[in-house]
Design a protein around this ligand. Structure first.
Ligand code: TA6
Length: 307
């Protein structure tokens, strides 16, 4: 597998939104300013691609991902709800990842494109989880910035609580070469180390083994640095940050990952995992993850062929 991929060049087209097929499933493509784009599948309201104006794909999507709805799509930004991982009796990461969402809003201006996808409870979800709910995921693309806002509405007559995450798979050239800043001094629980709670004391996190950490009550934004590339990551009202890389052996055990998939991804997830959120009857909750792309420094090469 070759990374990175340069798939488009900056252009002056106005932002627009199109209905497309992506890997055989129904999706929207948001074309943003300066050649940026995002693809959002109706299945799971899952963002599957984010290309920045330098033509670079910023999200990891497995070459072996399955798109038939039988399992969650491996990569992009899955919405995990109303349960994070195995923190309860529901299917792992909840049940909205594999379900069909409706497109309920699309808008564009000179410097953005935006779409909202929604899903509500039905007989099948109530058989698993006995609550009325409405979820809305709003995806807003600007030139160098992607915002995902999850709105959880409780239209029922009783309070409910949830855990969950925007399970963002970032694409990296080589995970051993990246460093993640911003988690210094926070406690984390690492499922790859027997769920031990540890305080992070390094100024930056590097990945050199299986890592599956829930950092609790994170107050600072994160910065992912990889050579001359960087990515700013900020969340609002998602209290925790999850950092996941399966490394070699766990990756080999995942049927929908290529053998070297672990090397080209790092999940940095906006999550509520440590303490569930209670949504009182008739109220709503909002959480957001923002990704801001940084660039290679372009060297100016004088053109001596011109007079
Ligand atoms: O968010 C990290 C995590 O919970 C890991 O433990 C790992 O299993 C990952 O999610 C992927 O889960 P999935 O159900 O998509 O295979």
């Amino acid at each position: 597998m070759s990374v990175p991929i340069y798939t488009s060049f900056p252009n002056r087209m106005k932002p627009s939104i199109e209905d497309i097929e992506f890997h055989g499933i129904s999706a929207l493509r948001l074309n943003g300013p300066r050649g940026s784009s995002v693809v959002v599948a109706r299945q799971g309201a899952q963002v599957l691609s984010w290309i920045t104006p330098d033509g670079r794909e910023r999200l990891f999507l497995s070459d072996k991902a399955v798109f038939d709805g039988s399992v969650a799509i491996r990569g992009g930004i899955p919405v995990c709800w109303p349960q994070f991982a195995g923190l309860g009796d529901l299917p792992k990461h909840g049940f909205v990842r594999t379900r069909a969402w409706q497109v309920t809003a699309r808008r564009q201006g000179d410097d953005y494109a935006l779409a909202t996808l929604s899903i509500e409870d039905d007989a099948e979800t109530r058989a698993l989880w006995p609550h009325a709910f409405r979820l809305e995921l709003t995806v807003m693309l600007e030139a160098d910035r992607l915002d995902l806002e999850l709105c959880v509405v409780n239209p029922g007559g009783a309070d409910f609580s949830f855990t969950g995450a925007l399970h963002t798979y970032l694409r990296v050239v080589q995970v051993e070469d990246v460093a993640l800043e911003g988690l210094y001094g926070h406690d984390y629980r690492d499922a790859a180390q027997g769920d031990k709670v540890v305080r992070d004391t390094g100024t930056e996190l590097t990945i050199d083994r299986e890592t599956d950490r829930v950092y609790r009550r994170v107050r600072r934004p994160q910065l992912l640095k990889a050579g001359n590339l960087s990515l700013g990551i900020q969340s609002q009202d998602f209290t925790d940050v999850v950092v996941w890389n399966p490394w070699v052996d766990k990756c080999a055990a995942l049927a929908d990952m290529p053998a070297d998939g672990w090397r080209h991804m790092l999940c940095v997830e906006a999550a509520v995992a440590d303490t569930p959120v209670v949504v009182p009857a008739g109220e709503e909750w909002y959480g957001r993850q923002t990704l801001v792309a940084g660039y290679l420094t372009l060297l100016f090469v004088p053109d001596f062929t011109r007079a």
